[in-house]
Design a protein around this ligand. Structure first.
Ligand code: NAD
Length: 469
């Protein structure tokens, strides 16, 4: 793959810039590739191609779109070995986890949107009118590094299937697998301009997308801070935006719940992907009298999370993605100690000369005044927080600026009753499993809009009422 190019109007082209961004393997600190740091001219060219492709693309019948996407999916799936190698190298994802979460997961997501598109209702009859669902036009898709392909699938597949054209900007940390996705669409015969990709660094290149009057919608996934900038800039031309942002999700263990089940669920959720999961249960709320038992359970399970070389089958936890993440997570661990939390497992990482590895950390006796209880750390750091009453548990659960995900472990009736009071986009009860048909997205400062299934697809259409009765 030639990573020195960008993808515009159905072709791999040289960017109008000499500036390149190094892509680092966080497990070895080797530079594995360089991608262009896209200029305004590059972004404008991509947007212009997408704008021109919009009118003919929206006329292509859904059956033809689906046939084309099925072909692209087949081609993309044939690259699995290369994709796996890249996610191990650009993200540091351990091989078994990478296969499941970063390769097969995104492929299934792609497949699922194609399936939904087959029955997507573009027209709705009302007693005295008809509502048509129309694409917006050019959609800019800005994605993060923590689930590189998964986040891209959530955006570009539904956006194009309902008739929009797309300009994608993947994260500068993990841009490489997106090249293969563009390649698959090119080989499948997607009309030129329907999908375009410019690489580049966030705030530097971001405003070219958000301020452009030729972009009709911005679909953004990333940090709450950057999301606010994206929203402010999008308002300049009143374009539609969706924001999938940060989280600090609580898992509440109720009296009558299985303590070990709760502790294991929290540890799995916050340690896999090296804690770099937006919806991870980073706060485990435990009734006071079960605190000791929860701490013992955490110590019991800790040995299961092997940190090390992501190319090895036995590794569960790879490095953090970058030096800046390493420094950020280290500083949060230090702040937990300084603010009086009890670090029952783990250590402060100091040496990053052989990769950005951090041993998982469990803090106990954390209270809401601490930074580790409030901020999104985005590393393998779990906070156990004691509570007395159910009311107090709900108050602690809701006491952050975020509201992305949540969970409750305990008697089903109690969990169902309390789920109403948690301010979050979803509530997992006991062994509740993720559903690809369900909407995903945040309350409060975790975002605006939803991704996933039919609800996610609906974000990419606008409504037009026809009065013809
Ligand atoms: P980030 O905000 O730094 O960057 C996200 C993307 O936006 C990147 O492509 C980046 O280059 C670009 N960007 C950054 N600043 C921009 C700006 N001002 N204008 C336009 N584009 C800009 O986030 P990140 O560090 O890549 O990802 C981690 C964050 O993403 C975490 O906060 C995590 O919770 C969040 N996230 C949320 C979800 C969700 O669905 N809610 C999913 C995954 C990740």
């Amino acid at each position: 793959m030639d990573y020195s190019k960008i993808y515009i109007n159905g072709k791999w082209v040289k960017p109008l810039t000499d500036q390149m961004i190094p892509v680092e393997n966080p497990a070895t600190r080797e530079i594995i590739a360089r991608v262009p740091s896209g200029s305004k001219e590059d972004v404008d060219a991509a947007i212009a191609a997408a704008a021109e492709a919009f009118a003919p693309w929206r006329e292509v019948p859904m059956e033809k779109k689906i046939a084309l996407f099925e072909k692209a999916l087949e081609i993309f799936s044939s690259y699995q070995a290369e994709l796996l190698d890249l996610e191990i190298k650009e993200l540091g994802a351990p091989i078994n986890w990478a296969k499941k979460a970063h390769i097969l997961g995104p492929i299934k997501r792609f497949e699922h949107y194609v399936k939904i598109a087959k029955d997507f209702e573009f027209s709705l009859d009302l007693p005295r009118s008809r509502v048509e669902k129309e694409p917006y036009g050019v959609v800019a898709c800005l994605t993060p590094w923590n689930y590189p392909l998964g986040q891209i699938m959530h955006k570009i597949i539904p956006a194009m299937l309902v008739g929009n054209t797309v300009v994608l900007k993947p994260s500068q940390n993990t841009p490489l697998t997106a090249y293969y996705l563009c390649q698959a669409f090119q080989e499948a015969g997607l009309p030129p301009g329907v999908l375009n990709m410019v690489t580049g660094e966030g705030a530097k290149v971001g405003s070219y997308f958000t301020l452009s009057p030729f972009v009709s919608m911005v679909s953004f996934t990333g940090s709450t801070l950057a999301g606010k900038q994206v929203a402010k800039q999008s308002l300049d031309t009143l374009k539609k935006f969706t924001l999938e942002l940060g989280g600090k999700s609580p898992l509440i263990l109720l009296r009558g719940g299985d303590v070990e089940q709760g502790v294991k669920a929290a540890m799995d959720s916050v340690f896999y992907n090296t804690g770099q999961t937006c919806a991870a249960f980073t706060r485990l709320l435990v009734p006071n009298e079960f605190l000791k038992e929860a701490e013992e359970a955490a110590k019991k399970f800790y040995g299961q999370y092997t940190v090390g070389d992501p190319t090895k089958e036995e590794t569960h936890i790879g490095p953090l993605v970058s030096k800046s993440q390493f420094n950020k997570v280290r500083d949060y661990i230090k702040s937990g100690i300084v603010q009086g939390a009890d670090m029952i497992i783990g250590e402060v990482p100091e040496d990053d000369s052989n990769g950005y590895f951090v041993k998982p950390v469990v803090f106990s006796r954390v209270d809401t005044s601490m930074k580790i209880a409030q901020d999104e750390i985005f590393g393998p750091v779990l906070s156990i927080m004691p509570y007395n009453t159910e009311e107090e548990a709900i108050q602690i659960a809701n006491d952050t600026i975020y509201g992305l995900s949540s969970g409750i472990i305990g008697p089903v009736q109690d969990a169902e009753r309390l789920s109403k009071y948690i301010k979050a986009g979803d509530v997992y009860i006991n062994a509740g499993k993720w559903d690809p048909n369900a909407p995903f997205g945040g309350f409060k400062q975790s975002g605006i809009g939803r991704e996933g299934g039919y609800f996610g697809m609906e974000e990419f259409v606008q409504l037009k009422t026809i009065y013809d009765k």
